[in-house]
Design a protein around this ligand. Structure first.
Ligand SMILES: Nc1nc2c(ncn2[C@@H]2O[C@H](COP(=O)(O)OP(=O)(O)OP(=O)(O)O)[C@@H](O)[C@H]2O)c(=O)[nH]1
Length: 863
C-alpha cells in the first residue's frame, strides 16, 4: 500500500477522520480534510500511534473481532444497520484466504472490489462530485458515508461468495439496493428490486456504480431504515455481528440529511386512498359524461369505467351516459338519482301545464262552446238567436260587437260562444295545438238530416275529444223529421239518450228561438259534468281567437282568457308577438280593465299580428315578455325555413320513427258513398305489424277545405278516389303541407298505403346460409394468425358474409371473415369446388376438418 486517504485510514483503525487528522497534527502532518492523502511515512507513524501493525493485521483483527458473539447484541441494539456485519464476518471467515484478503480492500472500498468493482468505483467517484455539486455542503458527509458503504459491501460479499462466486460484485451491488429501497419504497418496490437483481445479474458493475448513491441514501433513511435493517438481519442470520467501521461511519452522518431523505422517502410512497363519502343524491340534466359522473360521485372516472365494463359497457372518460346508465351506476353505489328538468321558458305551452300549486285556487269557469254543422243547417241563425236573446236583451241600444266570440248569461251562469260558425276556426285552432272548445253544439237541420259536413263536424269533435250536444234545428218546419236525424246519427256513434245512448239531442228552432233555453241548459249541464275550472288570481294565459291589423288601432287580437285574469297594462307574449295590453274591449264593445277565465276580449298594444290559435301568456315584466317573444320569433323563422313536418306518405316512415307514431290517420273521399265505404273497409283491413290505420273521416264528394283543415289538425293524409280537391282545398293543402293522394283504381290506393306503412317499419332480417367450406389445412403465420386452407363444398363464400365455425357439428365461433384469398389474391367470393385461403376476424383456433358456414342477413318483406 502506498497512499491512503485520511478517511480510509480512519476506517481501518476504527477511528473517525477527525481523530486521525488530530493525530496527524500531532506528528506535524498537516492535512485539511478527510480526503487528504497519507503517504507511507505518515501512515506508519499513525500506525504506531494507533497501535496498528499493517492493513493485514487490521483485517485480521477485524476478523477476530467478528468472532465474539457477545458483541452482536450490542451492535444490533445500538445500530440496527450493523446487523449485517457479523454475518459478513462469520461468512468471511469461511471464505478462505483470498476472500479474506479482499476484505480489507472492501473496507477500504476501492482496492478490494476486484477488477470489476474496482472499475466501478471510479464511476462512483465520478458520480459523487456530481452529487457533491448538487448537495453542496454534503461532501464531507459523503466521505463519512463511504465507510458505511464499505461495510455494506463487505457485508454482502461473503454471501455472494457463497452463493455465486462469479456474481459477487453484482449481487453485492444489488443487495444493498434492495435493502435500501425496501424501507422507503414500500413492499411493492422492494419486491421489484430483488427481481431485477435476479434478472440482470450482469448489471453488477452498473449497479456497483450506483452504490455510493445508495450508500448515501441509507443514512438518511433514519428510523425507518433502521427498523428495516434488523429484518435483513433476520433474513440472513449469518450476517449478524459487530461491524467495527459502522459506528464511526454512522455516527458521523449529518442528521439533517436523514430528515431530508426521510422526506424524500415519503414522497413516492403511495398515499393511502381516502375515499370521499358518497353523496346521498345526485342530479343531472339529460346526460352526464363518465368524468362528470365520477366528479358528482366523488369517485375516479376509472372506477366508473370499470363498473360500466362490468355492466358490459365499454366507455371512455368523455363518453356520454344516458339516464339508464347513470341510474345503474348510482344504484351500484346506493346513490339516489334525479333528472333535472329544465324548462324552456320560450315555450308557451309549458305555462299551460304548470302543476296545480302554481296555478292558484281553481274555481268554476264558463264553458266555451263551438257551433258546428252542415251548410245552411242554421248555425249562424242559432248563434245570432242566442246572442240576440241573451246579449242584446240587457244592452241598451243592442249594439253588439263582433269580436269572434261572445258571452251570455243563463241562470246566473256564463257561457262563452265562439262566434265563428263552422269548424274552420275550431280546426285551425286545434291545428295550432290549442284546445279551446269545451262543448260542441252540432246543428242538424231536422228537414235535411245528416249531411257530409255533419259527419265532418262529428269527426272533428271526436278527434278533439270534445263532447257533442246535437241541436236538431228547424223543428218549426213541417218537413222536420227529428227521428231520422237521430237514426242517421247513430250510424256515426251518436246515440240519443232517449234511445239509451249518452248523446244529448235538443229539438230547436233557431228561427223561432224555440228550444234555445233547453239547449243552453244542456250546455250548462254538460259543463257541470265536465267540471271546468280555472283560477282568477294568476297571470292570464289563453288563446288567440282571431287577430287582424286595424288601420287605426294597429294590431287587434281577440283573446280567450283560459286561465287567470288579464288586465290592462299586463306585459304579454302572444304567439311570436309581445306588448303591453293597451286597451281591452269586451264582446259588447265596452272597455274593460280586466277579463277572467273563459272571457273573450279584444286587445291592442301588440307589436305584431298573431295568428288564430296562438297561445298568449302574461309575464311579470315587459323585458321578459320581449325576450321570450323575440326568441320565439327567431325560432319560428328557423322552423319556417326547416322542413315541413306534416306527415306525407313519403316521409311517413321517418316521421313515425322520430315520433314513435304508430298510427296512420286517413281521410277518405270518393265520388260515391258506396266507393267510400268500400275503400274505407279495404284500408281498415291493411294489417302491418305495429301500425294502425285510423280513418278519421270519410265522405262522398270533392276534397274540400274542411278536409284539409281536419287533415292538418289531425296530421292525416287525404285519399281521393275519383275526386279532386277544389280550389280552396288545393290552396289550403299547399299552405298546410297536407298530402293528398288521388287514385282511380282501388287496389292502387291500398297498395300505396300498404307500402308506405311497410316502409315505416324497421326492416326485419333473416339469416340465409350461402355456402360452406371445409378446412383442409392450416398455416400459422405470425402477425396474420391462422390461415385456413379451405375447400368450398357448397354454395359459395363471400368476403362480406358472416361466418360460423363448426367443429363436430357444434358451432364454436361466429364472426366475420377477415380475408378471403385465391392463391395470393384477395377475392370477393369463392364458389363451390374451389380452394381458398381464409382467415377469420378475432379467431385463430382453426383446425383441420372445421366447417365454415357462410351466411348473410337479408331483409324480409312484410306480408
Ligand atoms: N224555418 C227555419 N229556418 C231556419 C232555421 N234556422 C235557420 N234557418 C234558415 O236556414 C238558412 C240557413 O241558415 P244559416 O244560419 O245561414 O245557416 P248556416 O248553417 O249558418 O249556413 P252557412 O253559414 O252557409 O254554413 C237561412 O235562410 C235561415 O233563415 C230554423 O230554425 N227554422
Amino acid at each position: 500500500m502506498t497512499k491512503i486517504r485520511v478517511h480510509e485510514y480512519a476506517k481501518q483503525v476504527n477511528r473517525t477522520s477527525k481523530e486521525v487528522i488530530e493525530e496527524l497534527g500531532k506528528i506535524n502532518v498537516n492535512v485539511t480534510n478527510h480526503m487528504a492523502m497519507l503517504d507511507k511515512d505518515a501512515t506508519s507513524k499513525l500506525n504506531q500511534r494507533f497501535g496498528k501493525g499493517d492493513s493485514k493485521t487490521a483485517n485480521q483483527s477485524s476478523n477476530t473481532q467478528s468472532k465474539p458473539v457477545p458483541s452482536r447484541p450490542a451492535v444490533s441494539q445500538d445500530k440496527p444497520n450493523q446487523t449485517n456485519r457479523p454475518a459478513q464476518s462469520q461468512q468471511r471467515s469461511g471464505q478462505g484466504a483470498q476472500q479474506g484478503g479482499n476484505r480489507p480492500a472492501q473496507g477500504q472500498q476501492r482496492p478490494g472490489q476486484g477488477a470489476q468493482q474496482g472499475g466501478n468505483r471510479p464511476a462512483q467517484g465520478q458520480q459523487r462530485p456530481g452529487q457533491g455539486a448538487q448537495q453542496g455542503g454534503n461532501r464531507p458527509a459523503q466521505g463519512q458515508q463511504r465507510p458505511s458503504q464499505g461495510a455494506q459491501q463487505g457485508g454482502n460479499r461473503p454471501a455472494q461468495g457463497q452463493q455465486r462466486p462469479g456474481q459477487g460484485a453484482q449481487q453485492g451491488a444489488n443487495r444493498p439496493a434492495q435493502g435500501q429501497q425496501r424501507p422507503g419504497q414500500g413492499a411493492q418496490q422492494g419486491a421489484n428490486r430483488p427481481a431485477q437483481g435476479q434478472q440482470r445479474p450482469g448489471q453488477g458493475a452498473q449497479q456497483g456504480a450506483n452504490r455510493p448513491a445508495q450508500g448515501q441514501q441509507r443514512p438518511g433513511q433514519g428510523a425507518q431504515q433502521g427498523a428495516n435493517r434488523p429484518a435483513q438481519g433476520q433474513q440472513r442470520p449469518g450476517q449478524g455481528g459487530p461491524g467495527g467501521n459502522r459506528p464511526a461511519g454512522r455516527g458521523g452522518r449529518p442528521p439533517a440529511r436523514g430528515i431530508n431523505q426521510g422526506r424524500r422517502r415519503h414522497r413516492p410512497a403511495p398515499m393511502p386512498k381516502v375515499e370521499m363519502p358518497l353523496p346521498e343524491k345526485i342530479t343531472f340534466y339529460e346526460s352526464l359524461t363518465v368524468g362528470e359522473l365520477g366528479k358528482k360521485l366523488g369517485r375516479e372516472p376509472s372506477e366508473i369505467i370499470k363498473k360500466l365494463f362490468m355492466l358490459g359497457v365499454m366507455a371512455t372518460i368523455n363518453q356520454e351516459l344516458d339516464k339508464d346508465a347513470i341510474e345503474l351506476i348510482c344504484a351500484d353505489y346506493g346513490v339516489e338519482v334525479e333528472e333535472e328538468i329544465r324548462i324552456d321558458v320560450t315555450d308557451l305551452e309549458i305555462y299551460f301545464e304548470e302543476p296545480e300549486e302554481v296555478q292558484g285556487v281553481p274555481t268554476e269557469r264558463p264553458p266555451v262552446v263551438t257551433i258546428m254543422g252542415h251548410v245552411d243547417h242554421g248555425k249562424t241563425t242559432l248563434l245570432d238567436s242566442i246572442r240576440d236573446t241573451k246579449v242584446t236583451q240587457g244592452e241598451a241600444g243592442g249594439i253588439t260587437q263582433h269580436i269572434g266570440a261572445y258571452q251570455i248569461e243563463v241562470e246566473g251562469k256564463q257561457i262563452t260562444f265562439l262566434d265563428t260558425p263552422g269548424h274552420a276556426a275550431f280546426t285551425t285552432m286545434r291545428a295550432r295545438g290549442a284546445k279551446v272548445t269545451d262543448i260542441t253544439i252540432l246543428v242538424v237541420a231536422a228537414d235535411d238530416g245528416v249531411m257530409p259536413q255533419t259527419i265532418e263536424a262529428i269527426n272533428h269533435a271526436k278527434a278533439a275529444e270534445v263532447p257533442i250536444i246535437v241541436a236538431v234545428n228547424k223543428m218549426d218546419k213541417p218537413s222536420a223529421n227529428p227521428d231520422r236525424v237521430m237514426q242517421e246519427l247513430t250510424e256515426h256513434g251518436l246515440l240519443s239518450e232517449a234511445w239509451g245512448g249518452d248523446t244529448i239531442f235538443v229539438p230547436i228552432s233557431a228561427l223561432t228561438r224555440d228550444g234555445i233555453d233547453q239547449l243552453l241548459e244542456m250546455v250548462l249541464l254538460v259543463s257541470e259534468v265536465a267540471e271546468l275550472k280555472a283560477s282568477k288570481d294568476i297571470r292570464a294565459k289563453g288563446t288567440v281567437i282571431e287577430a287582424q291589423l286595424d288601420r287605426g288601432r294597429g294590431s287587434v287580437a281577440t283573446l280567450l282568457v283560459q286561465d287567470g285574469t288579464l288586465r290592462v297594462g299586463d306585459p304579454i307574449v302572444v304567439g311570436n308577438t309581445f306588448g303591453k295590453v293597451r286597451a281591452m274591449i269586451n264582446d259588447i264593445g265596452r272597455r274593460v280593465k280586466e277579463a277572467g277565465p273563459s272571457t273573450p276580449v279584444e286587445i291592442t298594444g301588440l307589436n305584431g299580428v298573431p295568428q288564430a290559435g296562438d297561445r298568449f301568456v302574461v309575464f311579470e315584466d315587459e323585458k321578459k315578455a320581449r325576450q321570450i317573444a323575440e326568441s320565439r320569433a327567431g325560432d319560428a323563422l328557423v322552423e319556417q325555413r326547416g322542413e315541413n313536418t306534416r306527415v306525407t306518405l313519403d316521409n311517413l316512415f321517418d316521421q313515425m320513427k322520430q315520433g314513435e307514431m304508430k298510427e296512420l290517420n286517413l281521410i277518405v273521399k270518393a265520388d260515391v258513398q258506396g266507393t267510400v265505404e268500400a275503400m274505407a273497409a279495404s284500408l281498415m283491413k291493411i294489417e302491418v305489424e305495429g301500425v294502425n290505420v285510423k280513418i278519421i273521416h270519410t265522405g262522398a264528394g270533392a276534397i274540400n277545405e274542411s278536409d284539409i283543415s281536419l287533415a292538418a289538425a289531425s296530421n292525416a293524409i287525404v285519399i281521393g278516389f275519383n275526386v279532386r280537391p277544389d280550389v280552396n282545398a288545393k290552396r289550403a293543402a299547399e299552405a298546410e303541407g297536407v298530402d293528398i293522394r288521388l287514385h282511380k283504381v282501388i287496389y292502387k290506393v291500398i297498395e300505396e298505403i300498404e307500402s308506405a306503412m311497410k316502409g315505416m317499419l324497421d326492416p326485419e332480417f333473416e339469416e340465409k346460409v350461402i355456402g360452406q367450406a371445409e378446412v383442409r389445412e392450416t398455416f400459422k403465420v405470425s402477425k396474420i394468425g391462422t390461415i385456413a386452407g379451405s375447400y368450398v363444398t357448397e354454395g359459395k363464400l363471400t368476403r362480406a358474409a358472416s361466418v360460423r365455425v363448426i367443429r363436430d357439428n357444434i358451432v364454436i365461433f361466429e364472426g366475420e371473415l377477415d380475408t378471403l384469398k385465391r392463391f395470393k389474391d384477395d377475392v370477393k367470393e369463392v364458389a363451390k369446388g374451389y380452394e381458398c385461403g381464409i382467415t377469420i376476424k378475432n379467431f385463430n383456433d382453426i383446425q383441420e376438418g372445421d366447417i365454415f358456414e357462410g351466411f348473410i342477413m337479408q331483409e324480409i318483406k312484410r306480408t
